[in-house]
Ligand binder design. Structure first.
Ligand SMILES: CCCCCCCCCCCCCC(=O)SCCNC(=O)CCNC(=O)[C@H](O)C(C)(C)COP(=O)(O)OP(=O)(O)OC[C@H]1O[C@@H](n2cnc3c(N)ncnc32)[C@H](O)[C@@H]1OP(=O)(O)O
Length: 210
């Protein structure tokens, strides 16, 4: 086997799957670490307390790292179905960096409701443009994978129409706009609570050659 497609497939099959109980425990831990990350970003405690908490966090990191995988795990949601990446930085329940988004599939593509806190801030009070780009890449890619051909991002074009606010309910939606052979095209957007578009995206996904 050669090519990017087979490499992705091989890597996924080579990873040890978590059972549901283990995935739930990992997701709960990731949630606590998300709270910790927000607390770090917003804390106003004294310097001594920062140092003391830092020591405790270092000790906790040591406990987790005591038994370590070579690569992140996969899981079968609901205990069956295809293997899924559970530490994806957008949707991964097991990744503290992920908001995480729960993406639902629609008739034409995919959508998700989400709120981003100050951990994702770029310009004061607004979401970093790289974060909205990452979210759109993922949701457009999942729309393409579910309605056309699964592939990697070959191009992603963005138009930032207005700032995306922190701390309010946002919506991301995407639809497939065409496909041929190994290529899928998708378009999407992020909407603020008033339904105004903050970022628009168009993307091309190409199924890697096997
Ligand atoms: C299995 C896949 C994973 C499934 C994921 C589930 C969804 C999850 C959602 C995940 C979301 C997040 C996802 C991520 O984060 S994916 C991570 C970010 N993306 C990458 O790392 C991709 C890196 N690039 C590549 O691997 C290769 O360049 C690809 C595979 C894209 C093409 O290299 P390959 O050697 O295979 O193709 P080819 O050179 O024979 O070209 C084939 C055709 O395509 C045309 N072309 C090529 N590039 C472009 C371009 N930029 N614009 C316009 N057209 C382009 C080209 O002209 C040709 O046309 P034609 O001559 O046939 O007419």
């Amino acid at each position: 086997m050669t090519g990017v497609g087979s490499a992705i497939e091989r890597a996924r099959r080579g990873r040890r799957a978590l059972d549901e109980e283990h995935l739930a425990a990992l997701a709960a831990l990731a949630d606590r670490v998300r709270e910790l990350t927000e607390a770090v970003v917003l804390t106003d405690v004294e310097i001594d307390e920062l140092a003391a908490v830092g020591e405790q966090v270092e000790a906790l990191t040591g406990r987790l790292a005591a038994v370590r995988r070579d690569a992140p795990p996969v899981a079968r949601y609901g205990g069956h179905g295809p293997l899924r990446h559970v530490t994806n930085p957008v949707t991964g329940l097991g990744n503290p960096l992920a908001p995480p988004l729960t993406i639902e599939f629609t008739e034409t593509g995919a959508r998700a409701g989400f709120t981003l806190n100050h951990v994702y801030e770029g310009p004061p009070t607004f979401v970093h443009g790289g974060i909205t780009a990452m979210i759109l890449d993922q949701v457009l890619g999942m729309a393409a994978a579910s309605k056309a051909v699964p592939g990697v991002t070959a191009s992603l074009e963005l138009r930032y129409r207005r700032p995306t606010p922190i701390g309010v309910p946002l919506t991301v939606e995407a639809e497939v706009t065409g496909s041929s052979g190994r290529r899928s095209h998708a378009a999407g957007r992020i909407l603020d609570p008033e339904g105004l578009v903050t970022v628009e995206a168009k993307a091309l996904f190409i199924a890697p050659q096997r």
